[in-house]
Design a protein around this ligand. Structure first.
Ligand SMILES: Cc1cc2nc3c(=O)[nH]c(=O)nc-3n(C[C@H](O)[C@H](O)[C@H](O)COP(=O)(O)OP(=O)(O)OC[C@H]3O[C@@H](n4cnc5c(N)ncnc54)[C@H](O)[C@@H]3O)c2cc1C
Length: 493
C-alpha cells in the first residue's frame, strides 16, 4: 500500500518512519530544497545555523518514536543547565533559570522571599494538571466533539478554576516579584498568545520546563534529528522528492486519486498525508469554504518570526547558550505586539549561541548567533521594507547589552522576515508556530488529523492535533499513524 506525504517537516519525516515500519511504501514530496521544514539548517561562510527550533522539552517523545519502530534512538542530547538566561533592561546581570531550586533561589535573593516553597507549590499543582491531561487529552485522537467533551469531563474538577483565570493572575497568586512572574509567563508566547490571555491551565508548560523533563538540544546541532531520520528512511527505501510543491488534487467520490505539483505532474497513491499546514491546506489546496482566506484570517495564529543568523569573530562571553532580552514595558509590549502594523522600536528577542555547546558550528574563535524576534504576522504588518533597519536595531541593542560590538565583528549575516518564512515553508501569513492554542483551537476544536470529506487524506504537524513544537509534532505523527492503521490495517494485511 502506497502513502504519499506532502512535506518533509518533522511531522512528515516521523510519520514516514512509522508507516514504513508498518509496511507501507512511502514517498515524500517537499517544496523546499532541503528536508526538515522549520527544523532546517543553514550553512554559510564557515558557520552552521539551526534555522528554527533550538531546544525542546518532553524529549521522551523521540525515544517513543524510535522504540515504537524497533530502532535504538540515535539522537544524542545535551541537557540545558541553566535552562536559559533572562536579561532585563534595568538590570546588568541576567537571571539564570535553573531546575535546581537552591540555585534558582540564589538568583532571586532579596527579590522573591521563600522562593523554594512557592515554586514547589506552584509546580506541584502544574504537575498534577500535566499528568491528569497528558494521556487523556494531549496524547490521543478524538473521533468527534462529543468524544472530546467526554474526555474533558474526566479531567479532575479541581483544575477547572484555571480555565477561567489567565496565566498572569495564576502567577500573581503565587509570586510577588515582577521579574519572576514575567519569566514564568514567557511560555505563553510559545502557544501564540500572551500570559494575559492564555488560560492558567497552560502553567503545565512551566512544569515540563522546570521539573518534569527540562530543556534539551542536540549534540552536533538540531539538524542531526533530520539527518538521523533521513538515514533511517533511506534504509527503509522511503524516497524524497525535493523542490516540488503540491498545488492541487484529483479525486473520485470520497477518495483522492492523485496530487499534482506546480508543473502539473501527478503522483498517485492509496493514502495521502498533508504535513503542509492543516488549516491552510484545506483552504488553499482543497478550496474548502470553511477555510477560505477570510475564515483563516479570523483564526488565531502564533506570532511570526523575524530571524537573524549572525556569524561573529570573537567570543561573546556575556552570552549563555539560550538568552531572552526583555525591555521594561512587558504588559504594554504583550498587549500590542500581536496586532501592530509597525516594527517594535524596542524589540524583545531571543538569542541562541549554539557554538557554546557545539563548537563545530563556528570557525575557531567565532560564535554563531541565532536571533529570533517574534513580530506580528502578515495580516497585521504587510510591509517588510524595514527589514534591515529592524535587524540593525536588534544588533545594536544586543551589542550594548552584552558589551560586544557585533556590527564590527560580523563575518556572516542572513535575515529571514515573515515574508521569507511564509514563502519558504508555506507558513500561513508567516505565522511561526502555526495555529495558536486558545481553548477554541485545541483538541477536537483544532483542524482534525483525518479529513472530513476524503477517506484517504490525513494531516500531521503543528496545526493539527495535538499542537505545535517538536515533541507535539512527534506525538502528532503517532496519532495520525494510529488513525491510518485503524482505517487501513485490513488492506495492509
Ligand atoms: C523560528 C522558529 C523557532 C522555533 N523554535 C522552536 C523550539 O525551540 N522548540 C520547539 O519545540 N519548536 C520550535 N519551533 C516550532 C517547530 O519548528 C514546529 O512546531 C515544527 O518544526 C513543525 O513541524 P511540522 O512538521 O508541523 O511542519 P514544518 O516544519 O513546517 O514542515 C512542513 C513541510 O511541508 C512543506 N510544504 C508545505 N506545503 C507544501 C506543499 N504544498 N507541497 C510540498 N511541500 C510543502 C514545507 O516546505 C515544510 O518543509 C520553532 C519554529 C520557528 C519558526
Amino acid at each position: 500500500m502506497k502513502a504519499i506525504i506532502i512535506g518533509s517537516g518533522l511531522g512528515g519525516l516521523s510519520t514516514a518512519l512509522r508507516l514504513a515500519h508498518k509496511g507501507f511504501e512511502v514517498e515524500i514530496i517537499e517544496k523546499h530544497h532541503s528536508p526538515g521544514g522549520r527544523l532546517n539548517i543553514l550553512k554559510k561562510d564557515g558557520f552552521t545555523f539551526d534555522v528554527g527550533p533550538s531546544f525542546f522539552s518532553m524529549s521522551y517523545e523521540f525515544e517513543e518514536l524510535f522504540t515504537s519502530c524497533g530502532i535504538k534512538n540515535p539522537i544524542k542530547l545535551n541537557e540545558l543547565n541553566p535552562l536559559y538566561a533572562v536579561y532585563f533592561e534595568h538590570r546588568q546581570k541576567p537571571f539564570l533559570i535553573y531546575k535546581d531550586l537552591d540555585k534558582l533561589q540564589k538568583e532571586f535573593e532579596n527579590i522573591e522571599d521563600h522562593l523554594i516553597s512557592k515554586v514547589e507549590n506552584y509546580l506541584k499543582s502544574a504537575g498534577r494538571l500535566f499528568h491528569d491531561t497528558e494521556n487523556l487529552i494531549i496524547r490521543r485522537n478524538f473521533i468527534s466533539k462529543t468524544d472530546y467533551l467526554l474526555a474533558l469531563i474526566k479531567v479532575p474538577l479541581r483544575h477547572s478554576p484555571k480555565l477561567f483565570r489567565n496565566m498572569w493572575s495564576e502567577l500573581e497568586r503565587n509570586f510577588q516579584s515582577e521579574e519572576l512572574k514575567i519569566i514564568f509567563s514567557l511560555v505563553a508566547f510559545f502557544l501564540g498568545s500572551t500570559p494575559f490571555q492564555t488560560p492558567a491551565v497552560y502553567q503545565l508548560l512551566n512544569y515540563t520546563e522546570l521539573k518534569h523533563d527540562g530543556y534539551w538540544n542536540v549534540k552536533g546541532g538540531m539538524y542531526r534529528i533530520v539527518e538521523n531520520l533521513l538515514e533511517l528512511l533511506n534504509q527503509k527505501n522511503v524516497s524524497i522528492k525535493l523542490n516540488t510543491e503540491i498545488t492541487g488534487i484529483e479525486y473520485s467520490g470520497k477518495r483522492i486519486v492523485s496530487v499534482t505539483d506546480q508543473d502539473g505532474k501527478k503522483y498517485h497513491a492509496d493514502i495521502f498525508i498533508s504535513n503542509s499546514d492543516a488549516a491552510a491546506f484545506r483552504g488553499q489546496i482543497l478550496k474548502r469554504t470553511k477555510f477560505n482566506t477570510q475564515k483563516l484570517d479570523k483564526m488565531e495564529w502564533t506570532l511570526a518570526p523575524f530571524t537573524i543568523y549572525l556569524g561573529v569573530k570573537g567570543l561573546c562571553d556575556n552570552l549563555h547558550h539560550h538568552n531572552y532580552f526583555l525591555g521594561n514595558n512587558f504588559r504594554q509590549y504583550a498587549d500590542t505586539i500581536f496586532k501592530s502594523s509597525v516594527s517594535p522600536q524596542k524589540p524583545y528577542y531571543y538569542v541562541n549561541a549554539s557554538s557554546k555547546s557545539n563548537p563545530q558550528c563556528a570557525p575557531e574563535g567565532c560564535e554563531n548567533l541565532f536571533i529570533l524576534c517574534p513580530v506580528p504576522d502578515l495580516r497585521f504588518k504587510t510591509d517588510w521594507s524595514d527589514t534591515n533597519a529592524l535587524a540593525d536595531n536588534i544588533i545594536t541593542d544586543l551589542s550594548s547589552r552584552i558589551n560586544f560590538d557585533l556590527h564590527k565583528n560580523t563575518i556572516s549575516k542572513t535575515i529571514m522576515n515573515p515574508v521569507d518564512w511564509q514563502n519558504t515553508f508555506n507558513l500561513y501569513r508567516g505565522s511561526g508556530l502555526g495555529l495558536a492554542h486558545g481553548l477554541n483551537q485545541v483538541g477536537a476544536l483544532r483542524p482534525s488529523n483525518k479529513d472530513e470529506q476524503f477517506k484517504n487524506l490525513f494531516y500531521v504537524g503543528a496545526s493539527t492535533l495535538p499542537g505545535t513544537g517538536l515533541p507535539m509534532v512527534v506525538i502528532s505523527s503517532k496519532l495520525v499513524t494510529e488513525r491510518i492503521l485503524n482505517d487501513f490495517a485490513q488492506a495492509l494485511a
